[in-house]
Design a protein around this ligand. Structure first.
Ligand code: ADP
Ligand code: MG
Length: 505
């Protein structure tokens, strides 16, 4: 078995695993089923991608969202890993071709939507293929107790049974509640799974609540201080999405909208523009974002209350996946609770005879809303503590990174300027600017998001360490062998040129 540490460096350019990753990877490689709960942004993909590289056969990943598959495949190709996805964006001809390639062993990783498991053509392929590992990403979709329930997830277990050899099965989600976790093990029929729940804290996230009616005023002030950064603004209703997006556009922001009432193609176009950094701000309903893997989202602002803390934390957690500081701010007013309550009740309206089960779900949903409101109106208890306690984790003391602990008055809240990951004193601003410019050009040229070229963290490290040689590049976070080959010379060139200009000045 290849050394996983070596693979981590070679492909991803990372020096160390994050919390929990190594244990999970080792369990999978030893042939054990796993069920993993890690918060959004913790690095779940790596937990199955690395075993996929080490296993002899194919790794099949069942993933609920097309955009997620595309992102991941794009990122894998950039680091030199053969991967493909099968989903409805492909023509039947393309799918046939991909399956033929797959059968020849051309891909190490194949992403599929759960619905694909019902296609005869795909089943034919799967029965003849050497599948080492089957991954169920966003595995909470299998449970009615979570959000985003997807009935087709329930067929995964049957699919596994049709395979000639049972692969290792690995489930991943960010939803922690006990019931959801039980459903995952049960419905996937995991065998003696190694269950792991890492801590839920995301230290790099700032949590803030602003209790005020002047939401728009705050938003405009905030955005003015965070130009050039990517962020998401969540609203409850489609109409609110339109209104807020329109307003921001009038003020000159590159804001787009995303909600369930839009045409598929418009939605898709907006999402692509956001992911590829052509637009910086996405105003959306909760239809946006499950599995959105854009690591450089610097803020998530909730214009309205979420229905519960699971939903809130998952949406807010889309900020700062790259580990650099990011803001999660909730704009709250009392009447938002009523709006949410009405939405929950409406789901069950018109059903003439509610079953006991339905009543239980409704009750649970209302209770969870109460907890959400409790978070929003917390005056004295640290917001981070509120969240972690909700997920069953204990947290002591105060975090010094939320509006309660810091006593922030958010209307006047100014994020510390230039909160980039590295120690700013060490980073040469002018050089960083040039590196960013190169990254932007390169991303445009290839039609990929900027982070696929290099993360904000890696870029700052470049500007701080200013490596002169290839060996120096390999020390930069995120610079694996493939990226060094592709962009290394260009980065070194920029640094050399910069240094030369500095000495002649
Ligand atoms: P999740 O699926 O848990 O929400 P992802 O798998 O999308 O999170 O990972 C989030 C980000 O963290 C990605 O940009 C990924 O490249 C980065 N990442 C994952 N593992 C590591 C690591 N060991 N060191 C540095 N960055 C990592
Ligand atoms: Mg993920």
């Amino acid at each position: 078995m290849e050394d996983i540490q070596k693979l981590l460096k070679q492909y991803y350019g990372y020096d160390s695993f994050r919390k929990g990753q190594e244990e999970v990877i080792r369990r999978i490689l030893s042939g054990r089923d796993v069920s993993v709960v890690m918060p959004t942004g913790a690095g779940k993909s790596l937990c199955y991608q690395l075993p996929a590289l080490a296993f002899p056969g194919i790794t099949l990943i069942i993933s609920p969202l097309i955009s997620l598959m595309q992102d991941q495949v794009r990122a894998l190709l950039t680091i030199g890993v053969r991967a493909a996805y099968l989903n409805s964006t492909l023509t039947p001809g393309q799918i046939r071709l991909a399956l033929r390639n797959a059968a020849k062993g051309m891909y190490k990783l194949i992403y599929v939507a759960p619905e694909r498991l019902e296609s005869e053509e795909f089943l034919d392929f799967a029965r003849g293929a050497d599948i080492s590992l089957l991954v169920v990403d966003e595995s909470h979709c299998i449970s009615q107790w979570g959000h985003d329930f997807r009935p087709s997830y329930l067929r995964i277990a049957d699919f596994i049974q049709t395979l000639p050899r049972r692969p290792v099965v690995a489930a991943f989600t960010a939803t922690a509640t006990q019931r959801v976790r039980e459903d995952i093990v049960r419905w996937l029929r995991l065998r003696k799974p190694y269950s792991m729940t890492t801590g839920f804290d995301r230290e790099n996230l700032y949590f803030g609540v602003l209790i005020a009616p002047q939401k728009l005023e705050f938003l405009l002030g905030y955005l003015n201080q965070h130009r050039e950064q990517s962020g998401i603004i969540y609203c409850t209703s489609r109409r609110a999405v339109e209104t807020v997006a329109d307003c921001l556009q009038k003020y000159g922001y590159s804001a787009l909208s995303y909600h369930g009432g839009m045409q598929d193609e418009d939605r898709k176009r907006n999402q692509e523009a956001f992911l590829n950094d052509r637009a910086r701000i996405m105003v959306a309903t909760n239809a946006f974002g499950m599995g959105i893997d854009k690591p450089d989202v610097r803020f998530v602002i909730h214009y309205h209350l979420a229905q519960n803390l699971e939903e809130y934390y998952q949406q807010a957690g889309r900020a700062g996946r790259d580990g650099a500081p990011a803001d999660c701010i909730l704009l709250y007013c009392r009447k938002d609770v009523n709006v949410c309550r009405d939405m929950i009740l409406k789901t069950y309206e018109g059903i003439s005879d509610l079953s006991e089960e339905d009543k239980k779900y409704r009750e649970a949903a209302l209770n969870r809303l109460q907890m959400m409101a409790g978070y929003a109106s917390s005056q004295t208890v640290c917001l981070r503590k509120k969240i972690l306690t909700y997920f069953g984790e204990s947290y002591y003391g105060s975090c010094h990174n939320c509006s309660v602990c810091n006593g922030d008055s958010l209307m006047r809240y100014r994020a510390p300027q230039n909160r980039e990951p590295q120690d700013k004193n060490m980073v040469e601003e002018a050089l960083l600017e040039r590196l960013k410019q190169f990254r932007r050009q390169e991303a445009r040229r290839q039609g990929v998001p900027e982070y696929v070229i290099l993360s904000d963290l890696g870029l700052c490290q470049l500007a701080a360490e200013k490596p002169r040689q290839f060996t120096g590049l390999l020390r930069i976070n995120g610079m694996g062998e493939s990226k060094c080959r592709r962009f290394g010379e260009a980065f070194l060139q920029i640094i050399r040129q910069y240094e030369a200009e500095k000495t002649t000045k």
